[in-house]
Design a protein around this ligand. Structure first.
Ligand SMILES: C[S@@+](CC[C@H](N)C(=O)[O-])C[C@H]1O[C@@H](n2cnc3c(N)ncnc32)[C@H](O)[C@@H]1O
Length: 239
C-alpha cells in the first residue's frame, strides 16, 4: 500500500505537469472561463493549478490524503480542495463540465463505481478523462523500464487494462469512449527523483533492485543527459 501522506513532499518537489497531457485536457475538455472542472485524486494539484491558470475556470480537487491536499492548498490559484474518494463523489448531480484524473485509477478500488459517479456529476455533454498507464506504456517508458525493469511486472499487476477502462465507461453510458497516447521526450539530467523514490512504482520493488537501478542510472548520467520518454494513455468519454 502506497502511503501518499508520506510521499507528498517528494511529489511537491519532483512531479511535473506533462505538457501533452495538459494540452489534451484543455483542448478535448473544451475548458474555458465558465467551465466547472473536478480533478479526482488531485494530489498536489499540479494539473488543476495549470488548468486554472490557463483558463480561469472554476475548479475543485479531491484526494484522500490530507498531506497532498495541504500541498495543493499552497498553490496560488483559486480552487476548492476537499478530502474525498473517487468511488463516492460528494457533489450534486450534473455539477461539472469536465471530470478527470491523472495517474489515479489504479488506486481506485471500485473502478466501475467511479465511472458511474463521474457520469452522475457531469452535465449532459460533459466529458470524463482518465490519464493512466496502459500495458504498452508500462513496457516502453524510460527510464523506469530500462533501469528498474522489476517495476514492469509490478505495474502491470496494479494497472487496469485499456479494454477494462473502455468497458467501464461504456457500461455507465459514456459515448465516444476512446483511448489516445501522449508522449514527451526529454533529457534526464539528475537521478534525484529516483534516489528519493518520488515515483510510487519504486516502492514496489526490492531495495536491491532499486539500488541497482539508481547506480546504473548515475553511471550513465556521468556521460550526459539520458534520453527519456514520458508516456501516458488518455481515455475520453462524453455524457
Ligand atoms: C500518483 S498520485 C497522482 C496525483 C496527481 N493526480 C498528479 O498527477 O500529480 C495518486 C493520487 O491518488 C490519490 N488516491 C488514492 N486512492 C484514491 C481514491 N480512491 N480516490 C481518489 N484519489 C485517490 C492519492 O492520494 C494520490 O494523491
Amino acid at each position: 500500500m502506497i502511503d501518499y501522506n508520506r510521499l507528498s513532499q517528494e511529489y511537491a518537489r519532483h512531479r511535473r505537469v506533462h505538457p501533452g497531457v495538459l494540452r489534451n485536457l484543455l483542448e478535448r475538455g473544451e475548458v474555458g472561463e465558465t467551465s466547472d472542472v473536478l480533478e479526482v485524486g488531485c494530489g498536489t494539484a499540479n494539473y488543476l493549478a495549470a488548468i486554472v491558470s490557463a483558463t480561469g475556470c472554476r475548479a475543485w480537487g479531491i484526494d484522500p490524503s490530507e498531506e497532498m491536499l495541504a500541498r495543493a492548498g499552497e498553490k496560488a490559484v483559486p480552487a476548492t480542495f476537499r478530502r474525498g474518494w473517487a468511488e463516492g463523489l460528494d457533489f450534486p448531480d450534473a455539477a461539472f463540465d469536465l471530470v478527470y484524473s491523472v495517474d489515479v485509477i489504479h488506486h481506485v478500488q471500485g473502478r466501475a463505481q467511479y465511472f458511474a459517479e463521474a457520469f452522475r456529476v457531469l452535465r449532459p455533454g460533459g466529458r470524463v478523462c482518465t490519464v493512466t498507464d496502459s500495458e504498452e506504456v508500462i513496457r516502453a517508458r524510460v527510464p523506469l523500464s530500462r533501469y528498474f525493469p522489476e517495476t514492469v511486472e509490478a505495474e502491470l499487476r496494479r494497472y487496469p487494462k485499456s479494454a477494462e477502462v473502455l468497458k467501464w465507461m461504456r457500461d455507465v453510458g459514456f459515448r465516444d469512449a476512446g483511448e489516445g497516447l501522449e508522449e514527451f521526450p526529454y533529457g534526464l539530467e539528475s537521478s534525484q527523483a529516483y534516489r528519493e523514490k518520488a515515483f510510487s512504482s519504486l516502492h514496489l520493488i526490492s531495495e536491491e533492485a532499486w539500488r541497482r537501478g539508481v547506480d546504473l542510472l548515475e553511471r550513465d548520467l556521468r556521460s550526459g543527459p539520458v534520453a527519456c520518454v514520458s508516456r501516458y494513455s488518455v481515455f475520453w468519454g462524453r455524457k
